[in-house]
Design a protein around this ligand. Structure first.
Ligand SMILES: Cc1cc2nc3c(=O)[nH]c(=O)nc-3n(C[C@H](O)[C@H](O)[C@H](O)COP(=O)(O)OP(=O)(O)OC[C@H]3O[C@@H](n4cnc5c(N)ncnc54)[C@H](O)[C@@H]3O)c2cc1C
Length: 312
């Protein structure tokens, strides 16, 4: 037997929690399915979320779940969605966690399972990630202000990221880790004009210990002293469980949506970083969840098309 809901929200990060909260307040029966693996779990403190600056990632989610579950219409399962299909009128959401299987059906599914990030394969990087080396400049630039920083990455936006970071520190070295594409010669010249050096050598390891990062060891053995840094991970969708629905994905494997969060499959919506994200911040994801929840509610009411072009 499976339980039926108006909406199943898959993913309980800020996008999913915010969508779920707004939907129960719209008197929708909502199931929140979440494996509770915060994207930002590598860090102890989250910054920039209005009224919650400095909160731990897990605490922010705990507060969000409590708010959602204070409504009778809210149900939460800690589990992993393994497949979403639509064999008939309703969506079927299959879940499994530690051998326990569960199934729910729903009129609408809202995907908010975020994205998967992969760090460059550099010895020692993971040990410093979230404490001395970060990925989100807006989130962690302030904590690294005026430090000697490394800007590490292999993608075409590396110069843009370095330029952004000059707002927080004037002691930056860009490391392309041997990637030819990361920084063009024109970008290198622009960065140099702002006092930022580009080092194109491959990185052997990140040096330091519990007390912090001390330097970037390059191939050949030279160590460039650095106190902290920012890395550009690779970002991609992890949406195999949605595959049976055949929704359109972009080149990064993220769901393509219209301006309102509707995917190419009727009744399937996406919010937060499961879609091409924009600024990757908690409050942006939460805002996206609230916005898509409003659309879901209106679509479920229906009839708006008949009102014609008087509808905004
Ligand atoms: C190290 C680090 C530090 C950061 N620090 C900050 C910061 O200080 N401030 C800030 O504003 N932003 C920060 N961010 C960015 C922030 O984490 C993201 O912008 C935000 O988490 C995106 O929210 P989301 O809801 O889209 O996805 P997520 O937060 O990634 O949530 C997705 C949820 O879906 C669940 N899930 C995934 N697959 C399934 C499945 N198949 N079934 C069920 N559940 C599933 C996951 O367990 C997770 O709970 C940081 C990111 C990183 C990597």
């Amino acid at each position: 037997m499976s339980e039926h809901f108006d909406v199943v929200v898959v993913g309980g990060g800020p996008a999913g929690l915010s969508a779920a909260l707004n939907l129960v307040r719209a008197r929708r029966r909502v199931l929140l399915v979440d494996s509770n693996r915060p994207r930002n779990s590598a860090t102890l403190l989250s910054h920039g979320y209005l009224t919650r600056d400095g909160i731990s990632p897990l605490e922010l989610r705990k507060l969000g779940r409590e708010e959602f579950l204070s409504y009778d219409e809210g149900t939460h399962w800690q589990t992993i969605a393994t497949s979403i299909s639509k064999p008939g009128e309703a969506f079927v959401v299959d879940c499994e966690f530690r051998g326990q299987q569960a199934r729910a059906t729903a009129d609408v599914v809202l995907v908010a399972t975020g994205l998967q990030e992969t760090l460059p394969a550099i010895d020692g990087l993971r040990a410093f990630y979230g404490t001395f080396v970060h990925s989100c400049i807006e989130c962690d630039g302030y904590g690294k202000r005026d430090q000697a920083l490394a800007v590490i990455g292999e993608h075409a936006d590396l110069a843009e990221r370095a330029l952004l970071l000059t707002q927080w520190s004037d002691d930056l070295v860009v490391f392309t880790n041997g990637s030819a594409e990361a920084v063009t010669e024109a970008e290198e010249a622009l960065l140099a004009s702002r006092g930022v050096r580009t080092d194109r050598r491959a990185i052997a390891s990140l040096q330091g210990g519990r007390e912090g990062l001390t330097g970037i060891e390059l191939e050949g053995g030279e160590v460039v002293p650095r106190e902290g840094g920012f890395v550009r991970p690779a970002w991609a969708g992890k949406l195999e469980y949605v595959a049976p629905l055949g929704a359109d994905l972009d080149d990064d494997g993220l769901l393509i949506v219209d301006d309102h969060g509707r995917t190419s499959v009727a009744g399937l919506y996406a919010a937060g970083e499961s879609t091409a994200p924009g600024p990757q911040q908690l409050i942006v994801a939460a805002g996206s969840g609230a916005r898509v929840a409003a659309v879901v509610n209106r679509d479920l009411i229906g009839g708006l098309a008949e009102l014609g072009d008087r509808v905004q």
